[in-house]
Structure formats: structure tokens, C-alpha cells
Design a protein around this ligand. Sequence first.
Ligand code: AR6
Length: 184
Amino acid sequence: MIELENGRIILETGDITQLHVDAIVNAANSSLMGGGGVDGAIHRAGGPEILRECRIIRQRQFPQGLPTGEAVATGAGNMKARYIIHTVGPIFKKEDSRMDELLANAYINSLSIARDLGLQTIAFPAISTGVYGFPKDRAAPIVFKSLRHFFSLYQRPQKARLLFFKQSDMDIFLESIKGMIDES
Ligand code: AR6
């Protein structure tokens, strides 16, 4: 486990579905109807209640699907967390410069929901870096900068835990933000 930004950003490895935190972020797709990767793991661990809430959100707020970079909250079903914050990261396309901004939006909008709910701790998976193909070394500085900026403005949430499925993913993240830590 590594602490950055006076302990407000924590890097660790593990299964995000097992965490006892206020909110777990889900790297969903715009249908909000579940999928593979961490999305599948969250719906399996939380049970059908999460999907039921997602259906209601789709019907009432987002009949066309949740746009990329936006976020919404549901309960966490059977999990130890209180909330799931579902966000949609960008599907990576090399030549499209909006990808970076959309990835930042996914983090910022998830943090904003946690702030509005008055939450203390939020846990993020490495959004878009699996099935959606966003290069891990390109994502890392975007994620770190977004979190640092948000934390410079707001007291809530107090902590963000970045959960990496593999140690090698966490190593890439750290390596990619090295220069930024030295500056701060
Ligand atoms: N805990 C923590 N991290 C995990 C877990 C877990 N239990 N399971 C996977 N990861 P991905 P994306 C890591 O593909 O790229 C889904 O089908 C994984 O190793 O889950 O945003 C959705 O429905 C990787 O580093 O999300 C969408 O259609 C990271 O989580 C699409 O995939 C993200 O990988 C979203 O793709």
C-alpha cells in the first residue's frame, strides 16, 4: 500500500468488491446493464438489487444510456460498501484527444457524487484500462492530476483508494506519475 497527497490518495492491489468503503466506483458501460471485468464482478458480488436500481435510473434519467464521463449512484446490494458509483470511461481511440478529458471526467464526476453524498472514502478501479483499452501509462497522470485537483478544492471525500487488480498495474501507475510526485 502506498499513500500519496498526505494520505488522501492510496494505491493498493486487491479485489474492489471486497472493500468496506463508503463508495465503490464501477467501470460500467453506458447501458448500465452489467458486463465483464470489474462491472461483472460488482454485479455478481452485489446481487440483483443493483441492476434493478440501474434499470430505474435508465428509465427515469438516461433512456439513451449514461454518456461517457458521467456518473450515477446506486446502493451496493449485498456488498459491504454503502454505494456504487457507476461511471463510463472512454473506449480508447489513439487519435482522439478528447479521450483524456473523458477519462478525467469519469473520475471527477464520481468524486463529485461522493462529495454531494458527504462520503469519506471512495474506491476506484483502473477505469478504461481493461476491455476499453486505454493505455495504463497514459491513464495514470490523468487520474493523479484529476484527484489532486479535486482534493485541492474539496474536503469530501477525504480519501480515494485506487485499487489495482495486479501488482504490475500498480507499478506502471507509480512509474508513470513519478515526476509528478517529486514536484508536489
Ligand atoms: N477489482 C479491482 N479491479 C478489477 C476487478 C476487481 N474485482 N476486476 C477487474 N479489475 P474493465 P473498462 C480491473 O475491463 O476497461 C465491462 O464489460 C481490470 O484488471 O473492467 O473500463 C463493462 O461493462 C482493469 O485493470 O473496465 C464495460 O463494457 C480494470 O479493472 C467495459 O468492461 C478495468 O477493466 C469497461 O471497460
